[in-house]
Design a protein around this ligand. Structure first.
Ligand code: TUI
Length: 309
């Protein structure tokens, strides 16, 4: 299957793995790239030195292209922006902000730049700034989210820009893949389904929570702070939402989430930790190798796209 996304990125299938903080390590990224998609190392809140090591470890596992996601609220974002250039990383995706200030340096180094956007306005701004594509991410996603749904956001972004659009949020199988293409997307970004991949290093209790989750089992915390985050409902989200309802101070709220993603991912604390996941978690039923996930999505997706009524 050829789209502008497979061409620009030099990959076999137009499936990009979400650059999830703590979750998307070199093991997952290399496995996705080896399977023909685009693996992404999620820099999250990590220091630049850690990101450099992750890139070097991914290079040892695959000769295929992979990318790095830079979470722009990371205090070391400037240094990480330089690391990707130094290490010759082919693709950068960005989240949680506007990457305009790095665009010139990345373009000069031949890095493909694909910002994640949650609005038409930011998509247009990114196109003007030289982005190679955009990821239009709907509110169904896990982690830090915007407010528009994938179904509404993707076609509006597709109409507003000429660069290719990758759909994200609520996509986990061939049906979601086909739907995204019907909306005009030329690729998909998938997060939640890859969290339960065999090669994904998250704690087994984190995977079990996703496999157990139903359609309505996520909650959005942080609405009041301007940084909404979707995760699986647990003791932490209940306490957070109660504090928010009672008008708690930012400091008090942050005490609950400081280091909480690490707690869930690394320690398997699914009670007090943050189990970031999208609304599609209810569709994710078992642990599987990345290759199997990608092959399944592609065969089901292509079959649906070829079907005529
Ligand atoms: O970035 C994401 N998802 C994330 S980042 C993350 S790490 C984190 N951990 C704890 C609290 C907060 C973050 C977990 N999940 N997705 C891409 C995305 N970007 N969604 C929405 C946006 C976005 C939001 C505001 C992009 C730009 C923006 O503002 C643009 C501007 O002009 O500043």
């Amino acid at each position: 299957m050829k789209t502008r996304i497979t061409e620009i990125l030099g990959i076999e299938y137009p499936i990009i793995q979400g650059g999830m903080a703590w979750v998307a390590t070199y093991e997952l990224a290399a496995a996705v790239s080896e399977a023909g998609g685009l693996g992404i190392i999620g820099a999250g809140g990590a220091p630049a030195s850690f990101v450099r090591e992750q890139i070097q470890k991914a290079k040892a596992l695959t000769d295929k292209p992979f990318g790095v996601n830079i979470m722009l609220m990371n205090p070391e974002a400037d240094a990480i922006a330089q690391v990707v250039v130094d290490e010759g990383v082919k693709v950068v995706t960005t989240g949680a902000g506007n990457p305009a200030k790095y665009m010139e340096m990345w373009k000069a180094a031949g890095v493909r730049v694909i910002p994640v956007v949650a609005s038409v306005a930011l998509a247009k701004l990114m196109e003007r700034g030289g982005a190679d594509a955009v990821i239009a991410e709907g509110t169904e996603s896990g982690g830090h989210i915007g407010s528009t749904t994938t179904m509404a956001l993707v076609p509006q972004v597709v109409d507003a820009v000429s660069i290719p659009v990758i759909a994200a949020g609520g996509i986990a199988d061939g049906r979601g893949f086909a739907a995204a293409f019907m909306l005009g997307a030329e690729g998909v970004q998938i997060g939640t389904r890859f969290v339960v991949a065999t090669e994904c290093i998250v704690h087994e209790k984190y995977k079990a929570m996703l496999i157990k989750a139903k359609d309505i089992d996520s909650a959005v915390t942080g609405m009041s702070t301007g940084h909404p985050v979707r995760s699986i409902r647990n003791k932490m989200t209940k306490e957070y939402l109660k504090l928010e309802k009672d008008g708690a101070e930012l400091m008090e709220l942050e005490k609950l989430t400081l280091g909480s993603l690490r707690k869930a991912v690394v320690e398997g604390d699914v009670v007090n930790g943050t189990i970031m996941a999208g609304q599609i978690a209810g569709l994710v039923k078992k642990e599987q190798p990345c290759k199997e996930i990608i092959d399944e999505i592609m065969s089901q997706g292509i079959e649906l796209l070829n079907k005529t009524f």
